[in-house]
Write a protein that binds this ligand. Structure first.
Ligand code: NDP
Ligand code: GDR
Length: 344
């Protein structure tokens, strides 16, 4: 029986990945951060599974990671734990680097010191790219240009994974994943914020959705498809780095329109910049407003991935078009207030 070790299991991706690995017969070991409130909503449906084992742990604690890896001796390590919010990273840059950059080297050093030989997956990101229109669509050979403390921390993690591969023969791969969403997406990321607001507006529990930059373009896929790519990378004879994306890009405004479409509301967009408003054509009510407090000190304007290498080498393709993703998220939010409900 293969053993996997996951950091970030309570997050969106970690929960889908753990489910996938349990279904494949793995023993799944994972760390949970101590918190004053429960953080296990996304894994509660399988937390008592006999092959799912949890430990308190933290990417900021080297001795904890060292001890756990020496006891478990996993076959595969998936490093998904991170302070993953780009806007928040401008407010807590040092902590973001501590977890996202140094957390990765802590894991890699534990592997090296212990002399164990797991395969290692690093959750790299399209935020490594600057999102300049002339670089799109971005591929594995597009130059990096991180535009946030988060992106810069992930750049370090990307390169130390490559470096330990080249220096010590680590089977380490970077998945350069473009944005991927799901009903389990954290509530402060733009897609979930939108679909949850649409559901609440439909239910008469919210009036207004307030957003920042509506012109940013993102290549949005479905998280459940993307964790399969992580696993596929770990099954390859040779480690490598892969862009994982749908190959399509949409503005935030288009995502808003598609989400309101799900409940039969068409919006009129009036004005420009900070005055822009999405007005419900049928009722005349303002549904969307822009608040500069959601603007970032620097923005990644256009992310649009080229997943050709993943298709050719891993046989992976994104199966869920953005419309279907929007439908899954809005429908889920119409029927569930918490993570853990049934998905369509
Ligand atoms: P989430 O924010 O949903 O989950 C992050 C996870 O990391 C949570 O389990 C969180 O624990 C954990 N974590 C945070 N800080 C620490 C720490 N100090 N020690 C250990 N664990 C910690 O992220 P996603 O699931 O969306 O993303 C997974 C990974 O993939 C992240 O590394 C992210 O940066 C990266 N990524 C995500 C993309 C996306 O579009 N979703 C795209 C590309 C990369 P807790 O529940 O306690 O907060
Ligand atoms: P991103 O995702 O920064 O791409 O990082 P997010 O959903 O936060 O932002 C996407 C785009 O939407 C714009 N935006 C807003 N964003 C948020 N969060 N809230 C708003 O109100 C809002 N209004 C407009 C943003 O400016 C941005 O352009 C995600 C994370 O999962 C990272 O961990 C991951 O590495 C990248 O995706 C790929």
């Amino acid at each position: 029986m293969k053993k996997a070790f996951i950091t970030g299991v309570t997050g969106q991706d970690g929960s889908y990945l753990a489910e996938l690995l349990l279904a494949k017969g793995y023993e799944v070991h994972a760390i949970l951060r101590r918190s004053s409130v429960f953080t296990t909503h996304r894994v509660d449906s399988f937390i008592d599974h006999e092959r799912f084992k949890t430990y308190h742990g933290d990417l900021t604690d080297s001795s904890n990671l060292h001890t756990l890896l020496s006891r478990i001796e996993p076959d595969e390590i998936y490093n998904l734990g991170a302070q993953s919010h780009v806007a928040v990273s401008f407010e807590v840059p040092e902590y973001t680097a501590e977890v996202d950059a140094l957390g990765t080297i802590r894991l890699l050093n534990a592997i090296k010191d212990l002399g164990i030989k797991p395969r290692f997956y690093q959750a790299s990101t399209s935020e490594l790219f600057g999102g300049l229109p002339e670089t799109a669509p971005q591929s594995e050979s597009t130059p990096f240009y991180p535009k946030s403390p988060y992106g810069a921390a992930k750049l370090y993690a990307y390169w130390v994974t490559v470096n330990y591969r080249e220096s010590y023969g680590l089977h380490g791969s970077n998945g350069i994943l473009f944005n991927h969403e799901s009903p389990r997406r954290g509530q402060t990321f733009v897609t979930k914020k939108i679909t949850q607001a649409v559901a609440r507006i439909q239910q008469g529990r919210q009036e207004l959705l307030t957003l920042g930059n509506m012109d940013a373009k993102r290549d949005w896929g479905y998280a459940k498809d993307y964790v399969e790519a992580m696993w596929l990378m770990m099954q390859q004879e040779q480690p490598d780095d892969y862009v994982i994306a749908t190959g399509e890009t949409w503005t935030v405004r288009q995502f808003v329109d598609m989400s309101f479409d799900e409940i039969g509301v068409q919006l009129d967009w009036v004005g420009t910049g900070v005055d822009e408003k999405g007005i419900d054509r049928a009722t005349g009510k303002v549904r969307v407003a822009i608040d500069p407090r959601y603007f970032r000190p620097a923005e990644v304007d256009l992310l649009w991935g080229n997943p050709a290498k993943a298709r050719e080498k891993l046989g992976w393709v994104a199966r869920t078009p953005v419309r279907e993703l929007v439908r899954k998220m809005v429908q889920y939010d119409l029927h569930n207030d918490q993570y853990g409900g049934p998905e369509l």
